[in-house]
Design a protein around this ligand. Structure first.
Ligand code: ADP
Ligand code: MG
Length: 449
């Protein structure tokens, strides 16, 4: 069969095999797979990395694809994978051979929060991947994704996801021993164990678990002895193919004060971040909450809350609860005006406008010029480009008009800054090197202004 026909066959098989998946999963898992061709009796699929092939296998899709190809071509067909990225060799788990250990349930915490489930975790692009890997890990601990390292600023669902893993694992088997612990409790339990001379008991608790869920690993910063202990426990669990999930408020490489060898362990596996939630996600979370609690809240009120509380889902929920309780207990109708009043203290202050002098200072610093040079009338190329960056940043970060910006840069004509803005905008959208420079300067400007 010629290539083109085979490709069409793949498209029709793909459509049938994955028709039970929702749009999000299709985008996450299926769109990155491409058809490479067929050599004799082997169909080759190209996937980003081993996680993808493992996912196809553990969800029985591979079997289905294989059967359909065999049927259509009238001979037994094998499927093989070509990987677009190589993963660290430790992760090349050849076979999924995990066995559940029938032991008593054990949690280093009273219990998992029953509301923190995967069902209650709403997704958009910002958190979809983090949820997907956690869910797979909960269903097949220690196989495809291990360790998992999740990082995000506060209030974006890290703890929720860890509890969801715990809840899901217990749902699958009550006999699981799961070690969920925050890093600060790890440190204090470890210290107690030393004082009470009960290190063995401390260790064996962890070593007998099928999963270690360590929350807020940044609390290990600067705690050398605790890190050493954790490193030891990590290695034992990892070698025994136990699932490890770690959360952090920053990337592994930004965990200054945690030993290099510990950080490199985190980098062995999947690293997933949770980004800022979109407006749609914030609104969807509020709607989900209202529905679960069977409270009617008008759509415009939900939108108002979602529009004004943008950074942190914990605060978003806080605002929602505040509005709902106040309205119920004091019998206040849920109009926008009333809600505004209730949320007065909740709404984030508008971002501080940036001072143009700060922009000039940072741009000069970035390009190793003096401010005088930057603002001079000289037209040399060496000065022109930095100046244009400055004007661009002024347009993006301040409320100044083009003529005001031109004036600040000793230019009379407002079109100078207008052209500068357009030029840099184009430059950064086509050249990541410049985009990086701009981002770096913005960060600097905002951090000290
Ligand atoms: P973190 O541990 O990252 O600081 P949490 O997991 O404590 O954040 O989340 C804060 C609150 O926001 C929790 O009540 C959690 O249920 C909720 N939350 C966070 N992300 C989501 C989400 N995607 N869907 C629903 N609720 C969420
Ligand atoms: Mg947390």
């Amino acid at each position: 069969m010629e290539e083109e026909k085979l490709y069409e066959l793949w498209l029709s098989i793909k459509e049938k095999v994955f028709n039970d998946l929702d749009q999000q999963s299709l985008e996450l898992w299926i769109s990155p797979i491409s058809f490479k061709g067929c050599k004799e009796n082997t169909v080759i699929l190209s996937v980003p990395n081993k996680y993808f092939s493992n996912w196809l296998i553990t969800n029985n899709y591979l079997d289905k694809i294989q059967t359909m190809f065999s049927e259509q071509l009238g001979r037994p067909i094998e499927i093989s994978f070509e990987y677009q990225q190589q993963l660290p060799s430790q992760l090349e788990t050849e076979k999924i051979e995990y066995e559940y250990i029938p032991e008593k349930t054990f949690i280093l915490q009273e219990t998992f929060n029953p509301d923190y489930t995967f069902e209650n975790f709403i997704t958009d692009e910002s958190n979809r991947f983090a949820k997907a890997v956690c869910e797979t890990a909960a269903k097949q601990p220690g196989t495809a994704y291990n360790p998992i390292f999740i990082y995000a600023p506060v209030g974006l669902g890290k703890t929720h996801l860890l509890h969801a893993v715990g809840n899901k694992m217990l749902e699958l088997s009550k006999k699981f021993r799961i070690a969920y612990i925050t890093a600060d409790k790890f440190v204090s339990d470890y210290i107690t164990a030393i004082q009470k001379n009960s290190l063995d008991a401390f260790r064996s608790k962890f070593q007998n678990a099928v999963a270690l869920l360590l929350d807020d690993v940044q609390f290990l910063i600067g705690k050398e002895k605790s890190q050493e202990e954790f490193f030891h426990i990590f290695n034992i669990l990892f070698d025994n193919k136990k699932q490890i999930i770690i959360t952090s408020d920053r990337k592994p490489q930004d965990l200054k004060g945690i030993e290099e060898r510990v950080i490199s362990r985190f980098e062995w596996g999947v690293i997933a971040d949770i980004g800022r939630p979109s407006f749609e996600l914030r609104l969807a979370i509020l709607k989900h909450k209202a529905q679960k609690q069977q409270i009617y809240v008008p759509e415009d009120v939900l939108r108002y809350i979602a529009e004004n509380i943008t950074e942190n889902i914990r605060r978003l929920e806080g605002a929602f609860i505040n509005v709902v309780t106040k309205s119920l207990t004091e019998n206040i109708p849920l109009t926008i005006d009333n809600v505004k009043e209730i949320l007065k203290n909740f709404i984030e202050p508008k971002p501080q406008p940036v001072d143009i002098n700060r922009i000039i200072e940072v741009v000069a610093e970035e390009f190793k010029l003096t401010q005088k040079e930057l603002l001079s009338k000289k037209r040399s190329e060496m000065l022109a480009l930095p100046r244009q960056f400055g004007m661009y940043l002024a347009k993006v970060l301040t409320d100044l008009s083009y003529s005001e910006i031109s004036e600040h840069f000793s230019r009379k004509d407002h079109t100078t800054s207008y052209h500068a803005y357009l030029k840099i905008k184009k430059l950064i959208s086509t050249n990541p090197y410049y985009a990086q420079i701009v981002n770096r300067m913005i960060e600097k400007i905002k951090s000290k202004s």
